[in-house]
Design a protein around this ligand. Sequence first.
Ligand SMILES: N[C@@H](CCC(=O)N[C@@H](CS)C(=O)NCC(=O)O)C(=O)O
Length: 219
Amino acid sequence: MADEVILLDFWPSPFGKRVMIALREKGVEFDTREEDLSNKSPLLLKMNPVRKQIPVLIHNGKPICESLVIVQYIDETWGPESPLLPSDPYERARARFWADYVDKKIYWAARSAWVLTGEAQEAANKEFIESLKVLEGELGDKAYFGGERFGYVDVLLIPFSTCFHALETLGNYSIVEECPKVAAWVKQCMQRESVAKSLPDQHKLDDHFVALKKEHQAQ
Ligand SMILES: N[C@@H](CCC(=O)N[C@@H](CS)C(=O)NCC(=O)O)C(=O)O
């Protein structure tokens, strides 16, 4: 019997896009259920009762939560011929370290820059670009963070590139100038079908970010 693979998602979510990209890299067929996060479905509440967040991957009725955990599950479950994590334990540990860096530094600085105002926003802008420069150093002259192969860290980071335009406008800097290798890496990743098919329309997303900012300012 064929696998039943369902992704509970919310279209602008970079976390949901990680899962989509990983599934597409592995050639796994899946259905997406769009969630209204202001009115969460009984299915989401049942499948992720602890965090009540998307993404959730439901594989033959069994839920897997948290995007980093889901991407590792996908890697271990499908397509051993196209692994996302390296086989060497030390290289795996390094990939997990950078995954953690993306979530703890890049995501939080980007989010803070977007929702905060005044001096706190300026500090977040600075932290974001400095964190991105650290990634620029890690990328170096490699094609991907995974080396020659598009891998785990690439899958986790590329969805955040959709907020680069909004952030550079806000912070008055240019990512191409500050981090040219990261900018070239984004272009290279966008050539992949798994990425191009998964990331939302940039204009729609930019409008969403503006609405989100207004919502935060009104609170
Ligand atoms: N650490 C989680 C973050 C997921 C997350 O922040 N999901 C957001 C959408 S982007 C969500 O479901 N928000 C609704 C809520 O927190 O109530 C992951 O990596 O999966």
